[in-house]
Design a protein around this ligand. Sequence first.
Ligand code: PGA
Length: 270
Amino acid sequence: MADGAVPRTPVVAGNWKMHATLAEARTLAAAVRDGCRGLTEIRIAVCPAFTALAAVAEVLAGSPILVGAQDAHWEAAGAFTGSVSPSQVWDAGARLVILGHSERRHGLGESDEMVRRKVTAALAHGLTPLVCVGETADERAAGQTLAVVTRQLEAALGERPAVEAGRGWLAYEPVWAIGTGQTATPAQAAEVHAQLRTVLARLTGPAVAAACPILYGGSVKPEVTSALLAEPDIDGALVGGASLKAADFIGIVRAGIEAKGRARPPAERL
Ligand code: PGA
């Protein structure tokens, strides 16, 4: 980290995907809340399904843990059967929203343009967009990784004024690592994180880029967290499968705090 730079607060976010009944979501949220009590040196977020947002927000009321949605439409309201708007997820208690997750890009045909519109709408509604980018195995094999994530980042944030773009968070999630047990190596992830920060600096200026949390996601487990988050440009983790077990998620949070404590020179400790 450059001299005088403000250290970024690490972030660990759980993406619960299409899991958990209301009762299960409440139990998991309460376990995360209780297990993370007092851990103020890190930001923690959980992203349940739409149906559980309000219930989880109620359980987490008064705790510093953020509630996030897993998507939100670009329109504020209207005839969009099956979709949920940014104002609706805000109303349900979400302050963060995952956008451009690869399961939506590749599984549901979400384009760069759709992600751009969603990011714009989320920012306009006061939500923090957590923009996901990442290459497929074929794209990596073809040497296109950095080009793909650059294109996705430019499309998502490139047209926003720096002050707005600076409210976004990023996640690098290689598609081949999601749900496969095949975590990217710290070196593979660090290379992409450095590229994302360079592109962000070009789009928004160095100060915004230096402050932006860039998370890694893709088969994050407690035992791989330390090595990944020891990389200075890896500011946290977006956790899928392991976020459904409170003990694993709390283990990742604790390993993240440890790694960042070790990774920083003493003068920059929080
Ligand atoms: P995973 O999912 O941790 O289960 O690989 C990560 C994600 O999709 O955000």
